[in-house]
Write a new protein. Structure first.
Length: 447
């Protein structure tokens, strides 16, 4: 591994997965890697942020290092070296750009600086999405608007979004590009509402020359956010400004989404990314190893690519972990070390067993309730309906008898029989409910 900084990029990605983007940006974004020696990782974070992080987030940081390296390390936070920071030329970091000269919203989120079209590994599973991304970056607002890229996590959607940013920014540096996520858009809207400054929010988003939104599915169940996003979408497309969206599912599967938004998502170009085939996985492992100057044999490349099949992010993590084991723990570069490097990733890839608890939790999440609500004595229409759906899914997925299902909700046998019959009839006549039940089942099956 070239440096501790490179390792820390992987740690950051792990932290972003565990914590919300908002929490990471508020408290941990400014954390900087200082050194890693004798199993001790030194990170710098200023003042209040360091104190809060020490109180609330050290467990997550330890887990991120352990996940990245395969072993636990001692993590210590220190104050940044002010003199060293002052000596750094302003041009070295996009964060030091003069705020008065930078267009509103034009900053690329940290961690995506290397995600360009040149570093994207192309294969049969992503060729169409890659070509579409190049097309809109080269001719924004003219060809496919919006461009909607969907696929499972870790397949390269965010990489393509970042590559579009880089390409457009290189040809039109003064253009106002906003790179955000569905969650960040929602949280920002809430902040502006609290400050009673929605006009400022409108001005920011509706004046963008290009809007890039990662994980747009986050707005699916949020009516106020959908309302705001609808008007933002209309304002931008009517002015010929480009919108690019990514999601873990296509618009037709975004069940709890307003029809007017779904129709606009459908109106552009929809491109999917599938899990990479073996050749693409091997090419990625080889590229990642070459980029870091880490020589791996063809045998190891083939082994990693054949073992990890779901997504690119797993392959990247495997190469980083292998390199860390060799360089930081002085383990030999051989097949045994490669097996050690991917052991945790392979176990993480196995789906979780289907349990009643997971079905209840997923049903509750779908209807923006809690598992406790579904198990409670409350009889409001929304809770009762969700409870009946949970009973139905449990019956379908586990084959449990009605008496056993009833005991999970402190209900008698007759209540469960009634619930199953009602949901069964409702599914027959309501395609929307059928989609919801199928989605709950799919999520539980995939773990």
């Amino acid at each position: 591994m070239e440096s501790f900084r490179e390792l820390y990029e992987l740690v950051k990605s792990k932290l972003r997965e565990e914590l919300s983007e908002t929490i990471f940006d508020v408290w941990l974004r400014d954390m900087e890697p200082i050194s890693f020696e004798d199993g001790v990782a030194i990170l710098a974070l200023p003042g209040l942020k360091r104190k809060v992080t020490e109180q609330k987030f050290m467990a997550q940081i330890h887990r991120a290092f352990e996940s990245a390296l395969g072993f636990d390390v001692d993590v210590r936070l220190v104050e940044p070296d002010v003199n060293a920071r002052a000596a750094t030329p302003q041009s070295e970091s996009p964060d030091t750009e003069n705020e008065s000269t930078r267009p509103l919203g034009s900053r690329l989120p940290q961690g995506h600086e290397a995600n360009t079209f040149e570093t994207f590994v192309i294969g049969g599973s992503n060729k169409f999405a890659h070509a579409a991304a190049i097309a809109v970056a080269s001719n924004p607002g003219k060809l496919y608007n919006p461009l909607f890229i969907h696929g499972n996590s870790g397949l390269g959607k965010t990489h393509l979004l970042s590559a579009i940013y880089h390409e457009f920014k290189s040809t039109a540096p003064r253009m106002n590009i906003i790179f955000t996520s569905g969650e960040a858009f929602t949280n920002e809207m809430i902040r502006y509402l609290a400050m009673k400054s929605m006009e400022e929010f409108h001005q920011k988003y509706r004046s963008a020359d290009m809007l890039l939104v990662d994980d747009v599915q986050f707005i699916e169940r949020k009516e106020a956010t959908q309302e705001e996003f609808f008007h933002t979408f209309n304002a931008l497309t009517q002015n010929g400004n480009q919108i690019v969206l990514t999601s873990d599912k296509p618009p037709k599967d975004m069940i709890i989404l307003e029809d007017r938004l779904r129709s606009r998502f459908d109106a552009g170009l929809i491109a999917d990314i599938q899990p990479p085939d073996l050749e693409t996985r091997m090419a990625f492992v080889k590229r990642k190893a070459d980029d870091t100057g880490f020589a791996v044999t063809d045998e190891i490349v083939d082994f990693i690519a054949r073992q990890l099949k779901s997504n690119i992010r797993q392959l990247e993590g495997a190469v980083n972990r292998l390199e860390a084991l060799v360089t930081l723990r002085s383990m030999p570069l051989n097949m045994n070390t490669a097996q050690h490097a991917i052991a945790d990733i392979v176990s993480e890839e196995r789906p979780l067993p289907v349990t009643i608890e997971r079905i209840v939790e997923e049903t509750a999440r779908t209807f923006q309730l809690s598992a406790a609500d579904l198990r409670s004595k409350r009889r409001s229409a929304d809770i009762s309906h969700a409870r009946h759906i949970a009973m139905y899914v449990i019956s379908q997925m586990t084959g449990q008898p009605t008496k056993a299902i009833g005991s999970e909700f402190d209900r008698d046998h007759s209540t469960v029989v009634y619930a199953l019959g009602e949901i069964r009839k409702e599914i027959q006549r309501d395609s929307g409910l059928r989609k919801i039940v199928n989605e709950i089942t799919k999520v539980v099956q995939e773990g």
